[in-house]
Design a protein around this ligand. Sequence first.
Ligand SMILES: [Zn+2]
Length: 569
Amino acid sequence: MTHGDVVLLRNGNEIQGEVLEEGSERVVVKFPGGVLELRKREVREIRRQPRVVYLVEQGEKQARRGDPQGAILTLEAALAEDPGSERARAALITAKHGLAVWLRDLKRHAEAREAFEALLRFEPSHPTAKEEIRALEELQAEAAREEERGRSELSSGDLESAVWRLHRVFDGFPERREALAKDLAAALVKQGNGRLNGGAWQEAEDLYAKALAMDPEVLPRVERPFTFARVRRIQEILPAGDFAIVEALAAGGLEVSPACGAFRYYRAVALEGQARTREAAEEYLSITGGKRPASLEGAVARLRQEAESIVARDGLAPTEDARWREVLPGDYRELLTRRFRIQHKNTHVADQVAASAEKAYDETFRLLGCSTHLRVPIQVQVHPDKESYLATSNMASWSGGAHLVSRRMGNLSEHRIYCFQGQPRLATGVIPHEVGHALLAHRLNYPPSIPLWAAEGFAISREPAHFHAYYRRLLAHAAASKMLLPVKDIIARSTYPEDRVELFYAQSFSLVEFLISLEDLETFLRFLKAVSEPGAEWEVVLPRFYDLPGKLAFSNRWLGWLEYSAKRE
Ligand SMILES: [Zn+2]
């Protein structure tokens, strides 16, 4: 609407809109609900209102509805329409101030300061803006002092106080979060180690989980102490014979340390305790290696003993020793597993990747209900370093892994996964993620393109729980600051955004979770297949599978769900 004419009717009603045509027989009015044709004799009077008045009213309405940015745009248009209008000018000043206050309340301090400064440039004699800028400066200076104090406490070893202080800055100053996350996560790990030394296994674990949710790349530092704490807990619980809990604890442990023999051993013990002998033998065999016995059930006792002595000999967790950093000279070596052909320059890394890839394949294959296996092994190239990986895969510098289908021919399709050794989340996160991409494409029978948000969201769902916690934290923060990306932009993307790519991933993951929660995975897959067809239209496809009429409803319902699930946690 750009006009504010009022048509008064003889019956007493009035219509606000834009008079498009006023003839001797009829009057045509465009109003927010459409276009209306009236007979001239029904019309008592037409009051033409200057456009500026209409725009000012619109702008004020937007401001009241909590859209300060929109209000400013409308009011700027009003002032451009009539530069002499005092009313438009006054309304614009109020709106500019409203925006600054809105940003300040959302703790977007730097943006708030810019907004107050823009207000002052527009209205140098504004009664409160200067004072408000000063107060913001003070607040930011105070935060900087607190951060500095926290950091020096950290280096002087006053851990408890440092973590408390840095946490306060982290919560109160969203702009400082990126800069603080790594240090705070490292401090939480140290705090956890302190609890571990005191024998408080559960408390130590909680701190490690917090650290991982803050910075998932802290994983290599968490792996060993976390494993130690978790194994101790398992050993305390085991004598009571609650095998379901032991199984869950061991499976959770494998999400942090996928190659850990102890977790695999205890998982197998728990399976055996639940009379799942075959699965147990399978898991023991993954530790002992060697030839598959004719009867797994019959060999379970022998396999258990062998596994036990291997686990006892190797100790608890893979160490961070030089073996993992070694790069073999010459060409890539090859490790052929059941479903994968792994090219690598480090046997330890390759073994770990192999275990993680096979496990991810089995689980994802079952989850997706695939009917045929891939007949060509998925090729995994583990580059010796990030530079070599980036040069080959052509991915952006933030990327930790990539998946590519090089030939699409049903179960004869050729998949390639690129990754690199030294990536902290290689076996725990990157491999399950990329295998997720591969099997999703396979399950959907290789459509020309799967929407990026859906493919990423599903691939992320295959990563461990602590990584989901990290994304949920990002989402909660972005929602609280009203900085979420518009859903319509996310679902329209076919390339990764250059800015705020982590938030794009986090929201994609959440959108997929939301759709699966509405119905089930099967429905989601059928929807995905339909929406992946060339020329598929959302407004047509979406209502076929969900009680959602279109993109706008999808976006609104998701936001409601996000708010609800954030409260529940
Ligand atoms: Zn991905």
